[in-house]
Design a protein. Structure first.
Length: 328
């Protein structure tokens, strides 16, 4: 017998099935997680995104009673790892620890393997803080103005490293160049850590890197800090001036690290991840660990995180246009 889509029998069956499915969905969300969660870092191991992911992942593992397994999937300024998450099942068991590349790449890449707004669901900004303008310890540049003068005297000769095309380290360098009115050459890497290796070796002239990774390499003949990109000096490096007070008034460049899930992940699971992340970030020990990295715990609401990204996206659109940047 063929059942019409409008028949009383089919309607009754649909109502019955919906009544069964709803409690099952609620139950599944309430019991989440009941197995390990994969946290994808879209950059090589050793960079700040990786460090923050492992720190927060370990805290969440304790809270959830299931492991948070961090996987590094670097490439294309964060696009490779983000694409892995965007195409993963939307059950909450795969999340992304991303950085500012999420707001940068849509303006930089003419073609993306995923749609940032349609294929990823923002959860919360985990941590944020200023970045650090650094040069090799043997660089002739002792100040920000020294570096700018060197670049103006040799247009296109000074180069800067980054964690990859479209990474927040890349655009921080471009933002500095735009504000200073200098022409410098970008040298991309598959992550922040390998870029620092070449910077210390003198194969790269400068970087505007994430505070945690850059500050850990200061001294001992490795790197020298010329400026902090925040509005105020960092308590961790009180003798290092801000870039703004070093001749570029108003300059600011903040780095951040946030969690995302595949689009369509149940709202209850998104809410649980956000609330539990905020809970571990409120712990004094976690806050102290992040402070030691030169960044601050955030753990804001999804709505606030999305609003902040919208503002940042508009700012990066301007920098990309001013610098004439394109990735493909």
């Amino acid at each position: 017998m063929t059942i019409s889509s409008f028949s009383p029998l089919r309607r009754a069956l649909a109502v019955t099935l919906a009544g069964v499915a709803l409690p099952l969905a609620v139950s599944a969300q309430a019991s989440w997680p009941n197995k390990p969660v994969r946290m994808v870092v879209p950059f090589a191991a050793g960079g700040t995104t990786d460090v923050v992911a492992r720190m927060v992942g370990q805290k969440l593992s304790v809270l959830w009673g299931h492991s948070v397994v961090v996987e590094n999937k670097g490439g294309a300024g964060g696009n490779v790892g983000a694409d892995v998450v965007a195409k993963s099942p939307n059950d909450g068991y795969t999340v992304l620890m991303a950085s500012g590349s999420i707001t940068i790449n849509p303006h930089l890449y003419k073609s993306m393997p995923f749609d940032t707004k349609k294929d990823l669901q923002a959860i919360t900004n985990v941590a944020s803080g200023p970045m650090l303008l650094v040069v090799p310890d043997n660089s002739p540049a002792k100040t920000v103005q020294d570096l700018i003068a060197m670049a103006k005297a040799q247009p296109g000769k000074i180069n800067f490293g980054s964690a990859g095309v479209g990474s927040q380290v890349h655009l921080a360098g471009e933002n500095f160049a735009d504000a200073a009115g200098i022409a410098i050459m970008h040298v991309p890497y598959r992550g922040e850590a390998p870029a620092y290796t070449d910077l210390m070796g003198g194969r790269v002239d400068m970087m505007v890197g994430n505070f945690a990774a850059a500050s850990a390499l200061l001294g001992d003949g490795r790197l020298r800090a010329l400026g902090v990109t925040g509005k105020q000096r960092s308590p961790r490096l009180p003798n290092v001036p801000t870039v703004a007070e070093s001749g570029l008034p108003g300059f600011e460049n903040i780095g951040w690290f946030g969690l995302f899930a595949p689009a369509g992940t149940p709202p209850a699971i998104i809410a649980k991840i956000q609330q539990d992340t905020a809970k571990v970030l409120a712990d004094p020990e976690t806050r102290a660990q992040l402070d030691n990295l030169g960044i601050s715990a955030v753990g804001n609401s999804t709505a606030d995180f999305v609003a902040a990204m919208e503002l940042e996206s508009a700012r990066w659109a301007t920098v990309v246009k001013n610098r004439g940047l394109s990735a493909n």
